[in-house]
Ligand binder design. Structure first.
Ligand code: AQP
Length: 333
């Protein structure tokens, strides 16, 4: 039996992108044989400034949403990262193992910092070291990731290898990415070349998993498209990123292939397609939003689930990180 670790940043309300690309896969993974550890990575979230009250609210909202999606605290560990100090302690050790040159090559840092590299937080720069610590603190060997995180996983393996080499041990295992065949990349409703993001300033760019039926309907109707009818084959969507994105969402949410969707809508304009898409999305998303609100109505119960999760997480991570601290030469705590 292996251990799976995955995290999500409470930087806003989870989007349809987070759901189709990650959360629904997490729910499926907990049905399998492996132990699952799911983490609300609030320490990663503050690499970009977060209003403190909003961060607290978003962390609870994300916990409620994960539960509403089907994460079951009786089967999986669900907690917030800052509640388990082992993450920060191991991240510091990894800050001292990883090399500047390795981090400078991370494309996500370059993308996120853009031309502003002197102004972003040092936390954003060492973010991959904390991510490596998140995983290695549990000796997790399987991590479900999208393509954009593969480079960070390779770095986590490089860090483990250097640690093992420097201290003459075989302590941290190799991590394998879990590339799920169904994992879908969902793009912005305003720009089919940018991914749908919970922190995008435009609410119209995304479907939030707590949006009401009216909001979903309105956002899909206003979603950017073009004037040509839908084609009968995928090749003709290559140059039409917005149309391709909507067809992809339709296919994923209804359990069809994009090809089947096009077979059905070929030659039609976007009107009927969009209304069926909105209908399918509402049927899927609205119950999750309603359950999320129910969990949020009882903050005390929600906080207790997170506290229990943190205790279970610490029971695994503490001895592993204590051993890493011993290996580097720290006196016992
Ligand atoms: N648009 C997307 N399509 C498919 N998968 C996505 N994920 C995020 N956006 C999409 C997947 O969701 C998981 C959790 O992501 P995260 O919160 O840790 O960070 P992120 O990838 O940076 O997600 P966001 O929504 O874009 O957050 P912000 O706006 O805060 O940066 C990951 O598995 C990710 O692949």
């Amino acid at each position: 039996m292996a251990r799976i670790f995955s995290g999500i940043q409470p930087t806003g309300i989870a989007t349809l992108g987070n759901y189709l690309g990650a959360l629904r896969n997490w729910v499926a993974l907990q049905e399998g044989e492996d132990d699952c550890v799911f983490c609300l990575v609030d320490m990663h979230a503050i690499t970009n400034f977060q209003d403190p009250a909003a961060l607290r609210e978003q962390t609870r909202q994300m916990a409620a949403l994960l539960l509403a999606c089907g994460i079951d605290p009786a089967r999986s560990i669900l907690f917030h990262q800052s509640a388990v100090s082992a993450h920060a302690r191991l991240a510091w050790i990894f800050n001292c193992v990883a090399r500047m040159g390795w981090l400078k090559r991370m494309t996500q840092f370059k993308d996120k910092a853009g031309k502003n590299q002197e102004e972003v937080s040092t936390g954003l720069f060492v973010y991959p070291n904390l991510m490596a610590a998140d995983i290695h603190a549990y000796h997790a060997t399987k991590v479900p990731v999208g393509d954009d995180q593969l480079q960070h996983l390779e770095l986590a393996n490089d860090i483990a290898e250097k640690f093992n080499h420097d201290y003459g041990v075989t302590f941290f295992p190799r991590i394998e990415p879990l590339i799920l065949k169904e994992s879908a990349r969902v793009m912005s409703l305003r720009d089919g070349t940018r991914k749908m993001s919970k922190s995008d300033p435009s609410d119209q760019s995304r479907i939030n998993m707590t949006d009401t039926a009216d909001m979903i309907d309105q956002k899909i109707r206003k979603a950017k498209t073009d004037t040509a009818p839908l084609p009968d084959n995928l090749h003709d969507l290559v140059e039409r990123p917005e149309a391709r994105n909507l067809v992809g969402i339709f296919a994923t949410i209804t359990g069809q292939t994009p090809h089947q969707v096009l077979n059905h809508f070929a030659g039609s304009g976007f009107g009927p397609f969009k209304s069926q898409l909105a209908e399918a999305l509402i049927a899927h998303v609205e119950p999750i939003g309603a359950r999320t609100r129910e969990y949020l109505d009882d903050t005390a119960a929600l906080d207790q689930i997170l506290r229990d999760g943190a205790q279970a997480a610490a029971a695994i991570a503490e001895p592993i990180v204590a051993e890493a601290e011993r290996l580097v030469g720290f006196l016992p705590r």
